[in-house]
Write a protein that binds this ligand. Structure first.
Ligand SMILES: [Fe+2]
Length: 434
């Protein structure tokens, strides 16, 4: 019994304006192969991976992080996760059902706490794959995904509480505090990491190569062909894995790695590493400086997915052309258990304002209006299970006095109060997440 709700990372999906260059990069330089094509969507597989595909690229006007997909053990596990998310007030895009992507399977999608689209699936058909031979410098499989978060404590709490992710290590900065959380969902040091950033976005996706030799050959191949290198080659302290970061044609950072640490659950204790120490960022001392250039590229562009969804929660009169969203459809779902909303905290993020509600006794002792610096001390990460996000929607009940003062602009709409024993409607916009 591991306690992990998810088994592993399956694939990441990218929407890109320059589709042709993106496809050429991943197939002719990065080392993936086309598994299937469906109109403006292409599925790319890693030769050594049993997954049907590890990257999906979609032709789009906007650059976006499309679904990040994790595996679950069986349909019952998928159903249990959907149920837990529904009870917690998360926004499901659809009920668990048969999938119609390569390999089919059973799963569903939802929006995480910052509006990323996440898919959980199981019983996906295994792809015929092969052993990567010595000297072959192509990805064996997808290793991990790292996301930027404007509210990383909440994002980490979301993944810990809903899926049982465990924190393997944390990177901190002496002045800026905790900066990156490495999360595991199996015995690998991390399948996912959350980085503090100015906006939700893809930080990087990482691909595992066969070994050090193949990793260095792959790194050299990228350099020789003129792919822009961001950082590396080197070896991190956290996870003990090697790294070489490159930019794809649409400005997403991709990593070649190998030798990611395997964690012993019984004896592992998370470390808090100061990443300004040179040997933490790069044990070998071979990488270029971890400077503003590396940071800026890692922040990536603000993800258009969460940005677009943010607009759905604005009153119509606040919507500009960039906020026009496709018509949404609604599905009835059981209302989550209602709790007394004794305090409210307004958090300004890329998605606009968020309202936090707290029902725990400790939370009741907090003042009704909490400023950003106070909220940092508040640190909801340790008690997220007693907290619930409530998105603001127009046409619902009035916000409290404290809330309206805290979020006078730009969030002037009200809070949704689910009533116990009744159902409420969860809007979904499938066209936002093809
Ligand atoms: Fe990485």
């Amino acid at each position: 019994m591991t306690g992990y709700a998810l088994t592993h990372l399956r694939h990441v999906a990218l929407a890109v304006p320059d589709f042709d260059k993106q496809l050429d990069f991943y197939t002719h330089q990065w080392g993936l192969s086309v598994a299937a094509t469906d109109g403006d969507v292409t599925y790319l597989a890693a030769e050594g991976s049993p997954e049907q595909y590890v990257v999906r690229i979609r032709r789009s006007i906007d650059k976006r992080l499309d679904p990040v997909v994790f595996g679950a053990a069986d349909p019952a596990a998928v159903d249990a996760i959907a149920e837990k998310l529904g009870r917690g007030g998360a926004r499901l895009i659809g009920e668990p059902d048969r999938l119609h992507t390569p390999g089919a399977g059973y799963g569903f999608r939802f929006f995480d706490n910052e509006g990323r689209t996440i898919e959980i699936s199981t019983e996906v058909e295994v792809r015929s794959h092969r052993k990567i031979e010595e000297g072959e410098s192509i990805p064996v499989k997808l290793s991990h995904v790292v996301v930027n978060s404007a509210d990383p404590e909440s994002t980490v709490a979301f993944y810990e509480n809903y899926f049982g992710f465990r924190t393997s290590d944390i990177l901190m900065h002496p002045r800026m505090g905790d900066m990156m959380w490495f999360l595991r969902t199996n015995d690998r040091h991390h399948s996912m990491a959350v980085a503090r950033g100015p906006h939700p976005a893809l930080h990087h996706a990482s691909f595992e190569l066969r070994g050090i030799h193949e990793y260095m050959r792959g790194t050299g191949r990228m350099l020789r062909t003129g792919v822009e290198k961001i950082w590396g080659p080197g070896r991190h302290k956290a996870g003990d894995n090697t790294f070489s970061y490159f930019l794809d044609p649409n400005g997403n950072t991709m990593e070649y790695t190998t030798a990611l640490e395997v964690v012993d659950e019984d004896s592992w204790h998370p470390h808090l590493y100061d990443f300004t120490q040179p040997e933490v960022a790069d044990q070998w001392g071979t990488a270029n400086a971890l400077d503003e250039f590396v940071a800026a590229k890692s922040f990536n562009d603000p993800d258009k997915g969460p940005s677009h969804r943010r607009c759905e929660f604005r009153p119509a009169y606040q919507k500009g052309s960039q906020c026009d969203s496709p018509p949404s459809v609604s599905v009835d779902r059981p209302a989550p258990p209602s709790s007394p909303m004794t305090m409210y905290t307004c958090s300004r993020t890329e998605q606009g304002c968020w309202i936090w509600s707290g029902a725990g006794s400790r939370r009741r002792s907090m003042p009704g209006t909490v400023s950003w610096p106070m909220r940092r001390r508040y640190r909801p990460i340790r008690s997220f299970s007693r907290l619930r996000f409530v998105r603001r929607r127009s046409g619902t009940s009035s916000p409290s006095k404290n809330t309206s003062r805290a979020c006078a602009r730009p969030c002037r709409t009200a809070v949704v109060y689910p009533n116990p024993g009744t159902s409420h409607r969860i809007s979904t916009s499938p066209t936002l997440t093809p």
